[in-house]
Structure formats: C-alpha cells, structure tokens
Design a protein around this ligand. Structure first.
Ligand code: ADP
Ligand code: ADP
Length: 240
C-alpha cells in the first residue's frame, strides 16, 4: 500500500562562511503508520537537521517528502499550517522550548487556541486538562511556571503541547538526553504508551543506542549526512 511517510533523495544544505555544509545529503527512506524509526549517528551527522526538514521547520534543498501520498516538500500557507499540525517535534531541552512566562496550562492551551477549533475558554481548558492528565502532570502543577518543574515534568508538558492537535507523526529529537537518568525510562515509557493509544509514527533521533534499542522498530544509521544503514532493531542487535 501507500507509504505513510516517504522521503526520496532528500538534501538539506547550509550555506556557511567556508562554503556549503551538506548536513543531509541524499537520504531516502520510508516510515509506516505507527512505526518508530530510530535515527542514530555521531554528533553533527545530520540527525536533527533531517528531523527538522521532515516536519518543515527547515526547507529542503532538494528531494521529496511525501506524507500519506501527498508531496508536501513545497507546501505553503494554509496547507503548510495543516501539515504542521499533523507533524510535531519534541526537543532535547524541555526548558528552552517552553515560554518561561507562560503557565503550564496556558502552554498546553496555546496550540489549541491557534487551531481555532475551540469556541470557549471552558472548552479550551477542558481539553488542556485532558492532555495534562494524559501525560501525568499533577493538577497542583497546572498553574505553575516551567522553572518550577523538574526536567521530566517539563518534558511531559512539551509532549502534551505536541499532542494537542492529534499529530500523526512526531519527531522526538533526543527527548530524554537532557534528563536525569532516573527519569529517562519514565518519559520513554510515556512516549511508547501514547503511541500505543494514539497510533502515531515517531522518528526517534538519538546518539544513545540503548534508547533506540528500547523504543525503535527500525533503525537508520547516519554518517556525514548520509544514511549508511537501515535495518530492523532485532537484526541490528542480533549479534550483541
Ligand atoms: P546531529 O543532530 O546529528 O548532531 P545536526 O543536524 O545538528 O547533527 O547538524 C548537522 C550538520 O549541519 C553539522 O555540521 C551542523 O553544524 C550543521 N548545521 C546544523 N544546523 C545548521 C544551521 N542552521 N546552519 C549551518 N549549519 C548547520
Ligand atoms: P540540538 O542539540 O537540539 O540539535 P543544536 O544546539 O545543535 O540543537 O542547535 C541549535 C540551533 O542552532 C538549531 O536551530 C540548529 O539548526 C542551529 N545550528 C546548529 N549548528 C549550527 C551551525 N554550525 N551554524 C549555525 N547554526 C547551527
């Protein structure tokens, strides 16, 4: 059948003073509905750039990105806004991606507001409450500010915000690397549970092999902007 996400000959180059940085250099792969694709490789090999380009935080230099059979490589305006609701990202550092002046509840309400789908403050608040419950943010924390939460709870807030508009695809860019080791497993398990409930696909970017092993169905290895290996997690770890 039709691929959920299909990436063909994708390139993302950056102009830099010394010339051109070939951050993502002719990468092709597909992601199925509900799949978790791990992307591993050393720092600077292009993992983040790949994730950001897929969801249109960066514009592709060349190649194609298809989402559910639609070529979305060059979508703009309203169409892009619709696609961006379906494709979300959770970053490594949950503190710098939260607005320090916005209470937790308002942080989660923001994308709901922007979507224009809710017609009263009460409806918005009800949906925000549902999302905060889903990710395990205690009621007493909902009026707090980001700095009052520990890293794991901040990341839960980022996850709630990413889930607000029922995305079908989430790029998880080192989502537990900045967290205390003792809470990494809890956040990984939360991501896995949410996926089982909601069926979205993940691209899981990390330098940490034990993390991808735990969470991915398939794994891509990147090296200097290229995809040098793709296999199932089982196969990749069969000799270890
Ligand atoms: P990774 O996520 O694997 O650590 P990145 O995607 O962050 O790798 O970076 C890939 C390459 O692209 C690196 O050489 C990095 O310095 C470069 N790069 C990333 N973002 C930019 C940018 N906005 N401008 C210029 N170069 C960039
Ligand atoms: P992360 O660790 O979350 O991938 P980085 O610290 O690598 O984030 O990058 C932070 C921001 O700086 C990103 O927007 C990235 O695209 C940009 N960036 C990364 N490397 C470079 C670079 N060599 N030149 C310019 N911008 C860069």
């Amino acid at each position: 059948g039709e691929e959920f996400i299909k990436v063909e000959h994708l390139k993302k180059y950056f102009k830099v003073p010394a010339g051109t940085n070939h951050a993502v250099d002719d990468v092709s792969f597909a992601i199925q509905k509900g799949e978790t694709l791990g992307v591993v490789g050393e720092s600077g090999c292009g993992k983040s750039t790949l994730g950001r380009t897929l969801i249109h935080l960066l514009e592709a230099t060349d190649g194609n990105i298809c989402f559910k059979g639609q070529d979305i490589t060059h979508v703009k305006g309203k169409e892009l806004k619709k696609i961006r609701e379906k494709m979300q990202i959770v970053f490594q550092d949950p503190y710098s991606s939260l607005n320090p002046r916005l209470r937790i509840e308002n942080t989660v309400m923001e994308p709901l507001k922007r979507s224009g789908r809710f017609h009263s403050k009460a409806e918005l608040r009800e949906e925000a409450t549902r999302l905060m419950e889903l990710v395990g943010i205690d009621e007493r924390l909902r009026m707090s500010y980001p700095h009052e939460l520990d890293g794991g709870r901040r990341q839960r807030v980022c996850i709630a915000r990413a889930l607000a508009l029922n995305p079908e695809f989430i790029v998880c860019d080192e989502p537990v690397s900045a967290l205390d080791v003792s809470i990494q497993a809890a956040v990984l398990n939360l991501l896995k549970e949410l996926q089982q409930q909601m069926g979205m696909a993940y691209m899981f970017v990390t330098h940490d092999l034990s993390v991808v092993r735990h969470i991915s169905d398939n794994i891509c290895v990147m090296y200097l902007g290229q995809l040098v290996e793709k296999s199932s997690t089982k196969e990749l770890f069969s000799n270890t």
